[in-house]
Design a protein around this ligand. Structure first.
Ligand SMILES: [Zn+2]
Length: 97
């Protein structure tokens, strides 16, 4: 109950819609790799870090976060730990938008 009130104060009281695009139903999968805002952020990182092997366009079709993560971390030659940190950072940034 306490947490719910705090969420409402932070502007998350939007009928379960994504706080970024306000078009799709909010879910962890959506926030991580399906939202167009998230994908735009990743597209910039891709160019910046030269992650040419990373194909963001297939992401919205992934069935689960596990599938997405497995494909994403195997497609990139960046060190797994660095990729994990980057993902955390991106997610954190999105979460705090
Ligand atoms: Zn969204």
């Amino acid at each position: 109950m306490q947490a719910r009130n705090q969420n409402n104060k932070r502007g998350w009281d939007n009928c379960g819609l994504c706080p970024l695009c306000k078009r799709e139903q909010e879910s962890v999968a959506h926030l991580f790799y399906k939202c167009r805002y998230t994908l735009r952020l990743w597209e910039m990182l891709k160019v910046w870090l030269r992650l040419d092997t990373m194909d963001i366009t297939t992401w919205p079709g992934e069935r689960s976060i596990k599938d997405w993560w497995t494909r994403m971390s195997s497609a990139t030659r960046v060190h797994r730990k660095a990729m994990a940190s980057l993902t955390m950072l991106v997610s954190w940034t999105i979460w705090n938008e």
